[in-house]
Design a protein around this ligand. Structure first.
Ligand SMILES: [Zn+2]
Length: 495
């Protein structure tokens, strides 16, 4: 267990956690959003972030401060918190982003960590090498070695009470990401950013983001707080949280506002095209789109940035509520409908159902079947695994209808898509107490058939009969041949 991070509640891979930040004397509840503050250009002041938006933490760039004479002197003299006028947690970045953009920077990890400590940063960052996606394995491996050396240097540096982050690199090479995660977790460092995913997000490659985070998480394990570096669009927060990310930073709120772009949880709109504002934040209740468009550039930018922040923080709160209620995957499902690439992300998330299952609570609120992706949720998989624990008599009737009244069977079990078979006595237990649509689909039936297949394989000496409600051949083909099939719709003849 890492001393500074404690997990309070989980749902799928998502969790509510507490990150103790000793230098700030503050415990940060996660998932948390850290707005990015450009020390040279503040659309919204750090004081407003705290008082108006309730931001408990922000992130700013120590490299920019270090390389701007006036800021460097002031920050060393006054300290970062006073210079920015922010009472919460301040995390600082090291210049790695500048390194990836411009190819070189003029500080070492030792120097920038010492500087971050001296200006009073609460969470510092070493200079890692952000290897972009899709590079050759050789390059990714060589750069990862340098990053890992920097992490060793950071772990040994006299950083005092400041928490220090340990970026996880490895490009799109999943084995490298996993290895990087394992190495980072083995250091004494505190916060674990998954780095260099911005290019993937810029190209809408949310499935690749999920795979990269999934690989890093396999290496990091479940007790490391994970920061998804550069993920600032509220549309993807739920997906990233479900994968196990705890911290986000948003420069998007300000950058998008500069281009008159309006963030929503289902994508980005341009102010130009909006006839109505689909939001009830203070900005959207005060202005109409026409009034916003009529404002001067600075005022308009500030108001759009404020709206962008309101929706971002609102989404973080909604996600926390969903984790508490146990319906995070239903929220991800909703978000996935906003763009086909988000749906790819959700489907990639479900490819990791095994990994999610490890932290998914055994019992929570009612399971809602809301799309055919629901058939691939970790709860369905877990139900299939648990079939091994049930004792099964010699002659079993599995049925979507009522229990058999003949004595041809020792027992009648229910079958509910997507779960498959279970004893009637478990009907009120999670997850088979689910709300499922009456007009079910083939994905749910196929998942149920996989459950039947497993039950039959586990009990080679028992005989099974399956009474189904008019299943198609494609759903039935997974049911083993030795199961006798009764089509209940044919038998009742519609009476
Ligand atoms: Zn708004």
């Amino acid at each position: 267990m890492r001393e500074s991070f404690e997990v309070r509640a989980t749902d799928a891979g998502g969790r509510i956690g507490e990150l103790s930040v000793p230098r700030a004397g503050h415990t940060l509840e996660t998932p948390a959003l850290l707005p990015v503050i450009n020390p040279n250009m503040q659309t919204i002041t750090p004081r407003e972030l705290s008082s108006t938006f309730g931001a408990e933490a922000l992130i700013t760039n120590a490299y920019i401060i270090h390389s701007t004479d006036s800021l460097r002197d002031r920050s060393l003299e006054e300290g970062l918190h006073e210079m920015l006028d922010f009472p919460g947690v301040i995390m600082t970045d090291s210049g790695s982003f500048q390194l990836s953009e411009y190819g070189e920077i003029s500080v070492t990890t030792e120097e920038i960590l010492e500087f971050q400590r001296d200006i009073g940063s609460d969470i510092g960052t070493p200079v890692d090498i952000p290897t972009p996606p899709d590079v050759g394995r050789k390059r990714a491996e060589t750069e990862l070695e340098i990053t890992q050396q920097r992490l060793e240097i950071a772990a040994a540096a006299p950083t005092g009470e400041m928490l220090v982050s340990a970026p996880v690199q490895g490009s799109t090479h999943l084995k490298l990401r996993e290895r990087a995660g394992r190495h980072a977790a083995a250091t004494s460092l505190d916060v674990f950013p998954v780095g260099a995913v911005v290019p993937l997000m810029n190209e809408y490659r949310y499935d690749d983001v999920v795979d990269v985070v999934g690989a890093a998480k396999r290496g990091l394990g479940t007790d490391c707080p994970v920061h998804l570096f550069g993920a600032g669009h509220p549309m993807m927060f739920a997906l990233a949280v479900a994968m196990g990310c705890d911290l986000f930073d948003s420069a998007a709120y300000a950058l998008y506002a500069r281009d008159d772009r309006y963030l929503t949880v289902s994508g980005t709109r341009h102010l130009e095209e909006l006839e109505y504002l689909p939001c009830s934040c203070p900005v959207c209740t005060e202005y109409t789109p026409d009034e916003l468009r009529a404002l001067g550039e600075t005022e308009r930018e500030k108001n759009l940035a404020a709206h962008n922040l309101f929706v971002s923080f609102e989404e973080i709160r909604r996600i926390k509520g969903a984790i508490r209620d146990g319906n995070l995957l239903e929220l991800v499902d909703q978000r996935a409908r906003s763009h086909p690439t988000m749906l790819d992300g959700f489907r990639a998330l479900l490819d990791h159902a095994d990994q999610l299952e490890r932290t998914d609570p055994a019992s929570k609120g009612t399971f809602f079947y809301t799309s055919h992706e629901s058939a691939r949720r970790p709860e369905v998989r877990r139900h299939h695994q648990r079939l091994a624990r049930l004792s099964v008599p010699d002659r079993v009737f599995l049925t979507e209808g009522s229990a058999s009244s003949t004595d041809a069977f020792d027992v009648s079990w229910r079958v509910i898509p997507p779960f498959g078979p279970f004893p009637r006595a478990l009907s009120q237990t999670y997850p088979v107490s689910a709300e499922v649509p009456e007009r079910t689909d083939d994905a749910a039936r196929q998942a149920a058939a996989t459950g039947i297949e497993r039950l039959v394989a586990l009990n080679p000496d028992s005989e099974f009969t399956f009474g189904h409600a008019g299943w198609s051949n494609s759903a039935l083909k997974t049911v083993p041949d030795r199961v006798e099939l009764w089509d209940l719709t044919a038998r009742t003849g519609g009476d």
